[in-house]
Design a protein around this ligand. Structure first.
Ligand code: ATP
Length: 234
């Protein structure tokens, strides 16, 4: 398991001055597996995801993707698809032009991935619109398309459905499952229990920077839980 993990975090910590954002977290994500990251606001989920993507340097411990530590060599960086906070898109570009520009800046060829990725997130009808005319939910789906079009081995998604309408929520959840079934390792944060129950194989629950529970949903009593609050305060 450890040998083949796509993402391996070993005793990872991150402090900002005297503030501890992440403390001694160990976590693996294997190919084809969806691992959910749960926890209250400020628990450290985003910081951990940013470290996984090589955007934030741990103050202690080690993060490895496909065996490499950040800064990831281009061959590894290309295989990481991330949709964290909605990125600063070029507002005057159309969706496909923005995706092509992102491929280009990563040194990747365009073999039609932008349009295919737009279709996968249900944005094909918006392809001629400029991004300034996209809604928040459309931008969030564009960020997901940007992550998908890389054909990633690791997909890191920070609350991928929080701004989406119910139809798009269902579509994105199915897409995450399908992506995992094709072998991608997925790390996804969520505050929604039904999402976690539908999408995740395993969860890691964080509180004030540390892991307070982890395992399959049934193992930690989340499988049949009615609400995350009840489980947290049980
Ligand atoms: P949310 O559910 O609100 O997204 P989170 O679990 O993603 O929360 P983080 O964003 O990782 O939490 O934040 C963890 C802690 O680290 C918080 O106390 C936050 O204030 C702190 N923190 C995060 N980034 C920084 C930073 N750049 N400088 C200082 N403190 C930070």
């Amino acid at each position: 398991q450890e040998r083949q993990a796509v993402l391996a975090c070993r005793s990872v910590s991150k402090t900002y001055g005297s503030q501890t954002a992440v403390s001694d977290v160990t976590l693996d994500v294997a190919p084809g597996e969806v691992v959910g990251l749960l926890g209250a606001n400020g628990a450290g989920k985003t910081t951990l995801m940013r470290m996984a993507c090589g955007l934030v340097k741990p103050t202690a411990g080690a993060v490895r993707v496909l065996g490499e530590q950040p800064p990831y060599p281009p061959a590894v960086a290309r295989q990481v698809g991330a949709a964290l906070d909605t990125p600063a898109f070029y507002r005057w570009m159309t969706g496909p032009a923005q995706l092509r520009s992102l491929l280009h800046s990563s040194g990747l060829p365009d073999r039609g991935e932008p349009l295919a990725a737009l279709r996968r997130v249900g944005l094909e009808d918006e392809a001629r619109k400029r991004i300034r005319a996209y809604s928040q939910g459309m931008r969030q789906r564009l960020a997901l398309a940007a992550a998908l079009m890389r054909g990633p081995r690791l997909l890191v998604l920070d609350e991928p459905t929080n701004a989406l309408d119910p139809h798009a929520v269902v579509m994105v959840r199915e897409l995450i499952r399908r992506e995992a079934e094709s072998g991608t390792a997925v790390l996804v944060s969520s505050h929604q229990l039904d999402e976690v129950q539908r999408v995740c194989d395993r969860v890691v629950v964080m509180d004030r920077g540390t892991v307070v529970a982890s395992g399959a949903l049934d193992e930690i009593g989340l499988g049949g839980a009615e609400s995350l609050e009840d489980w947290f305060f049980r």
